[in-house]
Design a protein around this ligand. Sequence first.
Ligand code: GLN
Length: 454
Amino acid sequence: EAYLGAIEQANGQLNAYITVTADKARAMAAASDARIAKGEAGALEGIPLGIKDLFATEGVHTQAASHILDGFEPMYESTVTANLWADGAVMLGKLNMDEFAMGSSNETSYYGPVINPWRRKGSNLDLVPGGSSGGSAAAVAAHLCAGATATDTGGSIRQPAAFTGTVGIKPTYGRCSRWGTVAFASSLDQAGPIARDVRDAAILLKSMASVDDKDTTSVDRPVPDYEAAVGRSVKGLKIGIPREYRVDGMPEELDAVWQKGVEWLREAGAEIVDVSLPHTKYALPAYYIVAPAEASSNLARYDGVRYGLRENGRDITDMYENTRAAGFGREVKRRIMIGTYVLSAGYYDAYYIQAQKVRTLIKRDFEMVYADGIDALLTPATPSAAFGIGDEDMAADPVKMYLNDIFTVTVNMAGLPGIAVPAGLTGEGTPLGLQLIGRPFDEETLFATASVIE
Ligand code: GLN
């Protein structure tokens, strides 16, 4: 009731929830009470969570914040949310996001932008919460849920976490099932939590992660007790500082926070090592080929027949065109066009195959530093703090918006786990986050190192 009241009070301003499932929340909470009374409480019994609108929730409007999915109520539950409910969690509602998870500011949602609960000192300017999981991050930061699900294809958990002073982890590719998560770029998409602190993130990830027959890329490995890794000693760990992440134009205060992170880990007994990931500079262009290519294929299913919106026409082709023209927003159309272009016969080798080769080189960069005994890498999570809604530079030039993902996309391209953790404030009092990147399936080291920094 406290969370529902908080949503009622603040959501008009923040626009973090698209759908509030108050009745369902009360019914689930009552079922929790009954289990608690019987001594059968699950690991998340009664914990109220917000769910990114990308996760299919049975009988509950699921739109990926797109007009084209208007009215779509899935007949099934995503594996990640089913796992949470099986542990006793309670659903408060569906969280706003960039349309089909494409964006870094939550401004591409059909339901309008999410407002970051943080502001610059003495300023009334509304800031973006980051994207695409902007609703998840804003809701957690503003106490409109105890924790939230999110997804990360190129930074969509870590960048909004950094912009809102919350903790977000993208686990290793294959750690969470993608079944029932609306697909953006299937070889990059991973679910993970956004939470108020490292311990909460660890508890939520344990529940979300599982192998799943319905997703053949999910991995059959036991899910460790991540919570036990929180606060674990980092003595003797080797932490790499990749020199390619010191990019031109990085704000001084961000660099200072990065240095502080280095000192905290050193004081806690970790060894700090300079490392090189030489193909880093190719990651962003390669990502913006691979991700749109996969998206253009995945989004072919929205044809006015199978889901949501239909705009009729003279014949079926006309109906497809009308539906897609009316149903998709500008950014989604841009991605479909880029993706279709790079996959088309004359350009496939020049762009798509080339980007796939670059992807392999990026992955090898990481394999090499890990083979040298590095346990985790420390970088900034984003190149800046949260910017203003409607930022003119970025609105005029989509590539400027894409630059927000410069520190996060490498991790998805290599399938690695990455965590964003709040590490300081700008002079104007807005949050700055650091990122730790780990070895495949070594989320535990991320929880241990992140708990030194938070
Ligand atoms: N901002 C990136 C994009 O727009 C990442 C999105 C994501 O991780 N879902 O593609």
